[in-house]
Design a binder for this molecule. Structure first.
Ligand SMILES: [Fe+2]
Ligand SMILES: [Fe+2]
Length: 299
């Protein structure tokens, strides 16, 4: 059973990262559906705004209570996030609440913070509401994937990407379900590594597939990353924990740098692609998140 302080901090860790990830998934769905599917566009927009509202609240409660390591990891926001949001919102016409991003830039950790009963209650309520909303979001994503695979709807993202968004939501659900019972999921280290290495492999494949065919160098690099992470996924089956953590860390640092350069290039309009800048920043944050997990892994 988690202590009050750990419960609050672990909940903030999970919600600050995943609530943003979820609202961005819904944004990507919203802008990649076609005008004919206006009801689903409206549904994506409502779910996005609901996660935005939750994130806005979490950020208020997180100030001073949040862990310094989380703020330093650049998994919540990067220096590119606000700009990427403004550009992507302008290019797509879909809304993004940038006030939340500004508030996240201002978040501070306070070493002697007092973790009160009151804050525990507030955080617990947010966990429960996030879990309810998440169930709805997972159903929505699954329904769209099914319709997409049956050629009943058409989207500007790959079915495989929708599937990837479902996997990330499933992980968040697993964490929230454990948290509301005052524990953390008990996942073997190698399963955790396999999950995230697979996510990194998918990212490399999506980037490769969404770059303009003329961007040969970048496409080659993306393809090489996909192969490297595919190998790491295979290695997690006959798992040597220490070795695999080191290898995964090295590969993730490299793909993090690649994603960072890609985000900058996209923001400066120097790369030809169908990748919105916010998607590049999104996968960069997911790499930063994985790097923190790797750093904090205990064997
Ligand atoms: Fe994601
Ligand atoms: Fe992802």
């Amino acid at each position: 059973m988690l202590s009050r302080k750990d419960y609050i901090q672990d909940s903030l860790d999970a919600n600050l990262f995943f609530q943003r990830i979820m609202k961005e998934h819904l944004f990507f769905i919203e802008v990649n559906l076609k005008p004919v599917d206006e009801t689903y566009i409206a549904e994506a927009n409502i779910l996005k705004k609901s996660f935005e509202d939750l994130l806005g609240e979490t950020v208020i409660f997180a100030n001073h209570a949040v862990r310094e390591e989380l703020l330093k990891s650049n998994e919540l926001v990067t220096k590119f996030t606000l700009n990427a949001e403004k550009i992507t919102s302008r290019l797509t016409g879909a809304s993004i609440n940038t006030n939340i991003t500004e508030a996240e830039y201002a978040l501070k950790a306070k070493p002697n913070f007092e973790y009160t009963d009151w804050l525990e209650m507030k955080v617990h309520a947010i966990n429960c509401r996030s879990l309810n909303l998440l169930e709805e979001v997972i159903e929505f994503k699954k329904k769209l994937l099914e319709l997409f695979l049956d050629c009943e709807i058409f989207m500007g993202i790959y079915p495989e990407m929708l599937d990837h968004l479902i996997h990330e939501a499933d992980l968040y659900r697993e964490i929230l379900k454990a948290l509301v019972n005052r524990t953390l999921p008990k996942k073997p280290i190698c399963d955790e590594l396999r999950f995230w290495n697979h996510i990194m492999e998918d990212h490399a494949e999506f980037i490769d597939g969404m770059l303009d065919p003329s961007e040969k160098d970048l496409k080659e690099k993306a393809e090489a990353f996909a192969k490297e992470f595919e190998k790491l996924v295979e290695e997690s089956i006959k798992c040597h924990e220490k070795q695999l953590i080191e290898k995964s860390k090295a590969a993730t640092e490299e793909i993090r740098d690649f994603k960072k350069a890609a985000t900058e290039g996209l923001l400066d309009c120097e790369i030809k692609s169908i990748i919105p800048p916010l998607l590049a920043d999104h996968v960069l944050r997911e790499a930063n998140h994985y790097l923190r997990i790797l750093k904090e892994m205990k064997i």
